[in-house]
Ligand binder design. Structure first.
Ligand code: PAJ
Length: 271
């Protein structure tokens, strides 16, 4: 796969990279569509990155279905799949981590210590391996987008970071490989994330600008759901992930499943 991407580069063809951990769904495929539109060749990486999972997180149980993923990507017209093994990505003795100070520390950074070091490190290694012109990330993981943009700028990667909107189910739930873990009751309750974001966006559109009030609207809607355990509900700046700002960010547990979602309150909530 990497030989092909080197050849494309020599031939002057543009390359788009879509980094994923597999278990592909329509959210991933949205990124792939954008990449196919904007580049001569598209590479999708599939790598369940052990170093971005904390102890007690779901690395061992993370859904894996390489056969189905390959079929979906062939249908989508992707030119190559880069699927390194853990041993190839992190040979014995590997000891370097990329730490993006600042933006990687609040919220997800606090809830999942070391997570963004793992993400920044693997994304940098994927950029070095594939040498894409553009790389595609989902707004669903807004803090990841901010971390990757900062990392690419700080380390001078000549890669344009492109961001695609969050793809949602009919009831508003953002697609995620982890939705598969939800029981039917939890699945129903999980619609409260998007419904909280929608309420806050409506209040913002009607002139509610007080961060405390917006946070309260988010929390009240989530807490109305007996199965929801709110980890955080904040309104932050989309580059620094600290207040003030207009990006509403949520992390909520349903049983053993942790879901995140976000929405820029200055925009109409879709659907
Ligand atoms: P993964 O969770 O597989 O997601 C791959 C990409 O798909 C990410 O950029 C994510 O934001 C995007 N995505 C997921 N759900 C989406 C949705 N509902 N709508 C739009 N985009 C969505 O994120 C990772 O993998 C990893 O951290 C990775 C970047 C690959 C590094 O290991």
């Amino acid at each position: 796969m990497l030989e092909a991407s080197r050849r494309w580069r020599r031939e002057g063809l543009s390359i788009g990279l879509v980094p994923t951990m597999g278990a592909l769904h329509a959210g991933h495929l949205r990124l792939v569509e954008g990449a196919c539109r904007e580049n001569d060749r598209v590479v999708v990486s599939i790598f369940v990155n052990p170093i971005q999972f904390g102890p007690g997180e779901d690395f061992d149980h993370y859904p894996r279905d390489p056969q189905r993923d390959a079929e979906l990507l062939a249908k989508a017209g992707v030119d190559g799949i880069y699927e390194p093994t853990v041993a190839a990505m992190y040979p014995p003795g590997s000891s370097t981590l990329i730490h993006v100070a600042g933006v990687s520390q609040p919220l997800e950074g606090q809830a999942r210590p070391g997570h963004f070091d793992g993400v920044a490190t693997v994304v940098a290694k994927l950029f070095t391996a594939v040498e894409p012109d553009r790389a595609y990330f989902g707004q669903k993981d807004a803090q990841q987008v901010a971390v990757v943009k900062r990392m690419a700028r700080d380390l001078d990667f000549p890669v344009e970071i492109r961001v695609s909107p969050t793809v949602r189910e009919l009831d508003g739930l953002a697609l995620s490989s982890r939705n598969a873990y939800l029981t039917p009751d939890e699945r129903k309750a999980a619609a409260s994330l998007s419904s909280a974001l929608r309420l806050a966006a409506e209040a913002y559109a009607h002139g509610e600008g007080k961060p405390d009030r917006l946070r309260q609207i988010l929390k009240e809607r989530l807490e109305a759901e007996p199965l929801a355990q709110v980890e955080y509900a904040e309104v932050v700046n989309p580059e620094t992930f600290i207040a003030p700002g207009s990006l509403a960010v949520l992390a909520v547990r349903f049983g053993r499943t942790r879901l995140i979602d976000n929405h820029d309150l200055a925009k109409v909530f879709p659907g």
